[in-house]
Design a protein around this ligand. Structure first.
Ligand SMILES: N[C@@H](CCC(=O)N[C@@H](CS)C(=O)NCC(=O)O)C(=O)O
Length: 223
């Protein structure tokens, strides 16, 4: 049935649209992928996400679903049987949601601020990044994945910390996450990236590095 077709508007290097791809693949849901040029957004993207005009947008039953966390929950609730993304237990679910927001509201902005600054500013924001990563590391508390024994909602939402942050620190010449500073997060990240579905979904490292370097040059150029 055409209505049951799943379409994803995404962008190759976007950690947000990659979250959705990871979730769809873990669930075994076939989908059509539409690559967006964010410098020249398609009329469909503007129509489906007129408020934020951002990827990812998931289309299912002709309805657009936006915002990666919301999309992940939609996927989990729509394809109930099969791979579970969120924990069963309501408290555990609330914690997964809380820490997923923490990644977006704390970790992402602080790494951008540190990457785009120099000298004392860079040091101050790098300390902030380390504080955030420490809090996240404590959440692993000896668990294999944030989701327990298997990759789940929070692992997917935290994939920035397993992959993008390392490329960002290289692009910026900064030190956010190292094995010696955050051994548990490092171990988790390696195991997460070792999962077949995750590995095949992550963007090409060299391409991501080049694009982040170019972006940082623009951000740091005198206005
Ligand atoms: N909170 C959103 C963030 C999405 C987002 O920032 N997407 C970026 C790509 S990484 C985008 O589409 N940017 C286009 C723009 O800002 O014009 C989510 O979780 O889906």
């Amino acid at each position: 049935m055409a209505d049951e077709e799943v379409k994803l508007h995404g962008m190759w290097g976007s950690l947000f649209s990659k979250r959705v791809e990871m979730a769809l693949k873990l669930k075994g849901v076939p989908y059509q992928y539409i690559e967006e040029d964010l410098t020249n957004k398609s009329p469909d993207l503007l129509k489906y996400n007129p408020i934020h005009k951002k990827v990812p947008v998931l289309i299912h039953r002709r309805n657009p679903i936006i915002e990666s966390h919301v999309i992940l929950e939609y996927i989990d609730e729509t394809w109930k049987t099969g791979y579970p993304l969120l924990p069963e237990d309501p408290y555990e679910r609330s914690m997964a949601r809380f820490w997923a927001r923490f990644v977006d509201e704390k970790c992402l902005p602080s790494t951008w601020k540190a990457a785009c600054s120099e000298g004392e500013e860079r040091e101050k924001f790098t300390e902030e990044v380390h504080g955030h990563l420490k809090m996240l590391e404590e959440q692993l508390r000896g668990k294999r994945f944030f989701g327990g024994d298997a990759v789940g909602f929070l692992d997917i939402c935290a994939s920035f910390v397993a992959y993008w942050i390392l490329v960002k620190q290289e692009a910026a010449g900064a030190e956010f996450l190292t094995e010696s500073k955050f051994p548990a997060l490092w171990r988790w990240g390696e195991e997460f990236k070792g999962c077949a579905v995750i590995k095949e979904t992550l963007p090409d490292r060299a391409r991501l590095l080049a694009s982040l370097k170019a972006y940082l040059e623009i951000m740091k150029a005198p206005k």
